[in-house]
Design a protein around this ligand. Structure first.
Ligand SMILES: Nc1ncnc2c1ncn2[C@@H]1O[C@H](COP(=O)(O)OP(=O)(O)OP(=O)(O)O)[C@@H](O)[C@H]1O
Length: 270
């Protein structure tokens, strides 16, 4: 294991992965790839890219919700088929269950998995503490702020003890201040669980602040055009935004992204 907790063991390997869709009118959309990417076990990797470049499509493949049209997607050396065990997903939209209390939201997946009652109770208690939700355990999502609801969704994923966490714009609907604080929470969670994290985000700040590495995607069909190593230590938080290195990293990912976004806009206007 390296100083910052990463290993060289691949967790996810994408080899020449491509995705295509057929539209209702019978057209063909080349949404993704060919894309190669290796996610190391224990690392925090973010993906940024122009709108519509295939980020969510990529996540669907990783989470087993879709099979690639070409290439190979491997998790721990095995092809991804169906939603794999040990993978947790957090989406942008509020996915809390409105008819369940906070504690029952958190326990939902554990009950479905048929865990023993004591085990469920212990995991829920830990998650309530860990995510600062104890006071709200009997509240319903409608009684909580957007940030708190997203905490519930993260807690619900966390209790399943995933070794790979996929996050699709999890803080997209939150204000900037809450995003920064949730970023700190996410870093703490990552450190304490030793999970591997893949974060899809539109926010360059979020990507730079949180990640070990940042992948920049091209306009559709999304390919990986740049991988940037941030060099942050494992013990870090949102205060890295005031590091002199921070601006350099932002520029490093913005330059290729700007070119790709311009390319995307020009193609749309043609
Ligand atoms: N089921 C589908 N049928 C046809 N086209 C699709 C389908 N799903 C996605 N697409 C198209 O594939 C491309 C990639 O979509 P995707 O949602 O993965 O992009 P994205 O990078 O996540 O977008 P955004 O940044 O706007 O969230 C888009 O052009 C989209 O319209």
């Amino acid at each position: 294991m390296t100083e910052n907790g990463q290993t060289d063991v691949p967790c996810v390997e994408l080899r020449q992965v491509e995705q295509r869709f057929t539209t209702r009118k019978g057209g063909n959309v080349h949404a993704l790839g060919p894309l190669d990417l290796t996610l190391r076990r224990g690392e925090f990797l973010s993906i940024v890219g122009p709108s519509g470049c295939g980020k969510s499509t990529l996540l669907d493949i990783l989470s087993g919700l879709a099979r690639p049209a070409a290439g190979q997607a491997l998790l721990n050396g095995q092809p991804i088929r169906g939603v794999p065990d040990g993978v947790g997903i957090v989406f942008q939209e509020d996915a809390s269950f409105g008819w369940l209390t906070v504690e029952n939201n958190i326990a939902f997946g554990l009950k479905r998995r048929g865990l023993a009652r004591d085990d469920i109770a212990a995991r829920v208690e830990h998650a309530l503490d860990f995510m600062g939700l104890r006071r709200f355990r009997t509240s319903y999502p409608s009684q909580l702020s957007g940030g708190m609801r997203q905490r519930v969704c993260i807690a619900r994923t966390l209790v399943m003890r995933p070794s790979l966490i996929l996050l699709d714009e999890p803080f997209g609907a939150l204000d900037q201040q809450t995003r920064l604080l949730m970023g700190d929470e996410l870093l703490r969670l990552w450190r304490e669980t030793n999970a591997t994290i893949l974060l899809i985000t539109h926010s360059l700040d979020e990507a730079v602040m949180l990640s070990d590495r940042i992948g920049v995607m091209s306009a559709r069909p999304g390919r990986l055009i740049k991988l940037v190593e941030t060099g942050w230590p494992r013990e870090r938080d949102s205060t890295v935004v005031s590091s002199p290195h921070y601006g350099d990293l932002l520029s490093e990912i913005w330059a290729p992204l700007r070119a790709e976004s311009n390319h995307h806009m020009a193609a749309n206007n043609a």
